[in-house]
Design a protein around this ligand. Structure first.
Ligand SMILES: [Fe+2]
Length: 219
């Protein structure tokens, strides 16, 4: 057990160093990998994944875009839409990432989310055009949280959507891009998270009301 947790710690240190290297190259995605990691971890808990799958989804989500270190800057950092050929090259980041994590024993468990996070339920994704349950669950979860974070983050030519707009867009693409059950789990997590923030806002509001009343009394 102790050996296993040491192994986990070791993989996490290596993964963090790799992500740091990616973010030095592409500061624009700074924070994205860790947000995707945190959300994938939460959705994994909703699924009550076994320990091995939970470790795989966390590591895989953190490293999902690590292959972008192999994409040349003129494409990765291009402040405009990519041409067809540039997009073809950009799409190779999943295979490059799979190659990177396969070369390190302590990262091999991260392979599925790295390689398959751009597959789509309808088979129109890449790199293999896998359909439905051919796509591993931990990759389907990574795909959803990656898309959610991308939509709610400001990018050069795409301003951020609000969390509710992004959730609606995920739900609209259920069954084509995203897995129905994963979207249900994500929605459950999203609603719990947002109702928790609403409660905090309610408490703050009620404290403000009390403050206002106190002020009224003092007048
Ligand atoms: Fe990606």
């Amino acid at each position: 057990m102790e050996q296993k947790s040491l192994k986990n710690q070791n993989y996490y240190e290596v993964a963090k160093a790799l992500i740091h290297a990616l973010e030095l190259k592409d500061p624009y995605t700074s924070g994205h990998s860790f947000r995707v990691y945190k959300m994938a971890k939460e959705i994994g808990k909703i699924y009550e994944l076994d320990e091995e799958s939970q470790i795989s989804i966390e590591g895989g989500a953190l490293l999902h875009d690590i292959g972008k270190v192999g994409i040349r800057d003129s494409i990765l950092l291009k402040p405009a839409s990519l041409t067809f050929e540039e997009f073809r090259i950009m799409k190779t980041h999943v295979v490059l990432g799979a190659d990177i994590v396969s070369q390190c024993d302590s990262l091999k468990h991260c392979l599925e989310p790295v390689l398959f996070h751009h597959e789509r339920i309808d088979g129109k994704g890449y790199p293999h055009g896998l359909k439905g349950d051919e796509i591993p669950l931990i990759a389907k979860i990574t795909c959803v949280v990656d898309s959610y974070d991308a939509m709610t983050t400001n990018r050069v030519y795409t301003p951020a959507r609000t969390p509710s707009e992004a959730l609606k867009e995920l739900q609209r693409c259920t069954g084509s891009q995203f897995d129905h059950e994963v979207i249900e789990a994500f929605t459950q997590w999203w609603q719990e998270k947002n109702s928790a923030s609403e409660k905090i806002i309610e408490v703050i509001d009620s404290e403000n009301i009390n403050l206002d009343l106190d002020e009224c009394h003092s007048n």
